[in-house]
Design a protein around this ligand. Structure first.
Ligand SMILES: C[S@@+](CC[C@H](N)C(=O)[O-])C[C@H]1O[C@@H](n2cnc3c(N)ncnc32)[C@H](O)[C@@H]1O
Length: 396
């Protein structure tokens, strides 16, 4: 064989190997994506369980769309129009630019949590309160505050940054756990005693690496679950953590189905008998889409297990939550009440647990276990006085 032929063959062999390893990598990556997508697709088809009579019901559509009665600056939330973020006034036509301390239309500029911890917020340079696309971590997030609901939505780009930080925190805690205020939530929810013994098709939203499912099964060892689903945008990253409770795809020996998505994008309709959401709302990017997804995912008569704080006083909010970094969403009490009145109360508590008292902040919120009403009764619009009795700030 000629030298040039040998060179020719070696050259082609090298190229072939290069192309081949690139192709193998491509195949591996596609397979991984295919596997994850397949899991999502499978679950997506599986999760649609809307009853025909309900699908046809105008009332149900009304609840989700407000029959188009919301103006261009409003968004429908379970039959009621709320202003879009940063909007206020009649028809939500006015732009509201609220700063962190809600004293003007400028806000202090800071970029990292450490920075905020190092000096008082008043010492930062200020800039015009802007919608936080430019720097998702700046106080611009507070431009989203609105009179009727608090901060109910931030840009998804901000949320993605927050989500990364959330994961980094859990990773730092890898040697701790497995417990994210579990005893506190169990106390707040009355040791889950109001739960029926059969939880059927069960979904936990914003499960974190430890889950409240584990907490419930530890405290109430006599409840049965048919299928466990966990919806959590960081789920595949959490799976790699040493102390992730479902690392082997099981909780209490029962297989779990993993949904790697933000709950705002959950495709389930009237599929679940039980939905658990504890300490999640402050972390999402749209409180309306989050709660609407929870509502839609539950069957009528299904059980909601819920534990979230509300913030009516922005100065106090800042004390409890610190910077906007980890908790961009801060909903008002009336906003949660509007959601909770779609359920019959089985248990209600506030956030004045012994743990919160020990922290020394005045935290307000609802710990709630309820049963989703048949949709038609949801239209018995109660007056504020009745709401206050049914969902008192401090029921005890
Ligand atoms: C404070 S942790 C609470 C974890 C868990 N609920 C518990 O109490 O143990 C909040 C969790 O919500 C998740 N999360 C953030 N945005 C979310 C979204 N849009 N949909 C669902 N979960 C979300 C975060 O990744 C994080 O794991």
């Amino acid at each position: 064989m000629e030298k040039s032929d040998r060179w020719f063959n070696a050259y082609h062999l090298r190229r072939w190997l290069k192309i081949n390893s690139f192709l193998s990598l491509l195949v591996a990556v596609s397979l991984l994506h295919w596997h994850q997508d397949r899991e999502k697709v499978l679950l997506t088809t599986e999760l649609h369980g809307l009853r025909d009579d309900v699908a046809a019901s105008l009332d149900y559509k009304y609840l989700l769309t407000c029959n188009g009665k919301c103006g261009p600056m409003e968004k429908c939330f379970l039959g009621k129009c709320f202003c879009l973020p940063g909007r206020t006034g009649s028809g939500c036509q006015n732009i509201r630019t609220a700063d962190w301390l809600l004293t003007g239309d400028h806000c202090p500029v800071f970029h990292t949590l450490k920075e905020v911890q190092e000096k008082p917020v008043q010492e930062y340079p200020v800039e015009a309160c802007h919608i936080a696309e430019k720097d998702p971590l700046s106080c611009g997030i507070f431009c989203y505050w609105q009179e009727d609901a608090g901060i109910i939505q931030v840009p998804k780009s901000s949320w993605e940054r927050v989500s990364d930080i959330e994961y980094a925190i859990w990773k730092n805690l890898e040697k701790m756990g497995p417990d994210d205020r579990n005893p506190e939530h169990a106390e707040g929810l009355g040791a889950f005693a109001a739960l029926p013994s059969d939880l059927g098709n069960y979904l936990e939203i914003g499960a974190g690496p430890y889950t409240q499912t584990n907490n419930i099964l530890n405290v109430r060892n006599n409840v049965r679950i048919k299928n466990i689903y966990l919806a959590e945008p960081n789920i595949f990253r959490y799976l790699a953590l040493d102390n992730c409770i479902y690392k082997d795809n099981t909780i209490h020996g029962q297989r779990v189905n993993l949904l790697s998505l933000p709950v705002e994008e959950l495709p389930a309709t009237e599929f679940f008998d039980t939905v658990v959401a504890i300490n999640v709302i402050e972390h999402v990017f749209s409180a309306i889409d989050f709660l609407t997804a929870v509502y839609s995912a539950l069957k009528p008569g299904g059980i909601l297990v819920f534990g979230e704080r509300y913030f009516d006083d922005p100065d106090k909010d800042a004390l409890v939550l610190g910077s906007a970094l980890l908790h961009p969403i801060r909903v008002k009490r009336v906003f949660l009440q509007h959601f909770l009145r779609m359920f019959d109360t089985l248990y209600i508590g506030d956030h004045h647990t012994s743990f919160a008292k020990a922290r020394g902040f005045e935290e307000s919120g609802y710990y709630f276990i309820g049963r989703k009403k048949e949709i038609f009764s949801a239209f018995d619009e109660p007056g504020q006085a009745e709401l206050d009795t049914r969902f008192p700030a401090n029921p005890f």
